[in-house]
Design a protein around this ligand. Structure first.
Ligand code: G3H
Ligand code: 13P
Ligand code: ZN
Length: 345
């Protein structure tokens, strides 16, 4: 099976009332773990690469790894998606490489940090849709700005500032109508990375979940029942993974994520794509730390990359089951980009 257009994966998820994990990758081990998890749970899946991933792995290596993935598991619908594209040029590069879906994150300027105006966002998203749809390629856009990230992609907003940059449901309706995009990433108070909450219980000092504006998702879904929403920053940052890291020499106090139940609430109200990167990073880092701490004499990379791959696999399996995509791999006949070209006309 060739890579399928993400639009079809999301349309089918909407029909079935489930969400699909979109997992970030940088290397072979992550791709293998995702595909094995998708195979074992019979899940369609979205594999995505950020600009950072493409520059780390060099584009051509990721492309070839993805080709190997679909060749090994021909019965699994897989979409290859560009995460947080920052310009039309970046999206064009990804499409030329064979990505079946791109995100034009017009919520931020091309520097990936400065918030754009609404009109700038509309313009750049329209430009990408006009380029991508005639080629059959899916487009995700973003309205509103996510919370801070220590480095990498994001405006670095504080928790107080996030409130001013949540997605406005009325504006979302206008945005979808004007851009004709396929999937809308919404800002509801999540942020990238392992530190998603600044809140602590004043009495016990324990971390509390971040406050999410789930009502925005509910309202957008009520206004546009057919709009596929995307939740970024959706890692749950499981306590047990953070504990392994800290137990074996790491230092991640106050790491905290999004409870899976909140994501499931989103899925019940139109969220179809759920972005997860950090949880895989945590699983991999914990597994490697454990080997290094317990077997300091080992120096064969396979001795720590194999457990790292297995730990990531467990995360993907758990998410695929929790989001509901498990069991849906063979529900439909995959479309090609040629089919999508006709549909977009
Ligand atoms: O957008 C955030 C994703 O986790 C990708 O992160 O830019 O460090 O690859 P990255
Ligand atoms: P996490 O950092 O929560 O995994 O979010 C990933 C993401 O949104 C990628 O676009
Ligand atoms: Zn993101």
């Amino acid at each position: 099976m060739p890579l399928v257009p993400m639009r079809q994966i999301l349309d089918e998820a909407a029909k079935g009332g489930y969400g699909v994990g979109a997992f970030n990758v940088n290397n072979m081990e992550q791709i293998q773990a995702i595909m094995q998890a998708a195979n074992d749970t019979h899940s369609p899946v979205i594999i995505q690469a950020s600009r950072g991933a493409l520059s780390y792995s060099k584009m051509i290596y990721l492309k070839k790894l993805m080709e190997a993935a679909v060749e090994e598991f021909p019965h699994i619908p897989v979409s290859m998606h560009l995460d947080h594209g920052n310009s039309l040029e970046t999206c064009k590069e990804a499409i030329a490489l064979g990505f079946t879906s791109v995100m034009m994150d017009g919520s931020l300027a091309a520097d990936g940090k400065t918030p754009n105006t609404y009109e700038q966002n509309v313009q750049v998203t329209c430009d990408v849709v006009e380029y991508a749809h005639p080629l059959g390629v899916t487009v995700e856009g973003e309205l509103g700005v996510l919370g801070g990230i220590e480095d990498g992609h994001g405006a670095g907003l504080s928790e107080a500032e996030i409130e001013d940059h949540l997605t406005d449901p009325a504006q979302a309706e206008d945005f979808v109508a004007r851009t004709q995009l396929d999937a809308l990433a919404v800002a509801i108070g999540t942020s990238h990375g392992a530190y998603k909450s600044g809140r602590k219980d004043p009495v016990t000092g324990e971390m509390l979940p971040p406050t999410l504006a789930m009502d925005r998702i509910h309202e957008i879904h009520a206004r546009m029942p057919n709009c596929h929403m995307v939740m970024h920053g959706s890692s749950s940052v499981p306590r047990e993974l953070v504990d392994i890291i800290n137990q074996y020499g790491g230092n991640m106090p106050d790491a905290f994520g999004i409870p899976v139940e909140q994501i499931q609430d989103g899925i019940a109200h139109g969220v179809r794509k759920v972005n997860v990167d950090t949880d895989s990073r945590l699983a991999i880092t914990g597994a490697i730390r454990k080997v290094f701490a317990e077997s300091p004499g080992k120096f064969d990379p396979r001795d720590y990359l194999r457990p790292a791959r297995e730990a990531a696999y467990e995360v993907y399996v758990a998410r695929m089951k929790a989001f509901g995509q498990a069991g849906h791999a063979t529900d439909y006949t995959p479309l090609t980009l040629e089919d999508m070209k006709e549909l977009y006309k």
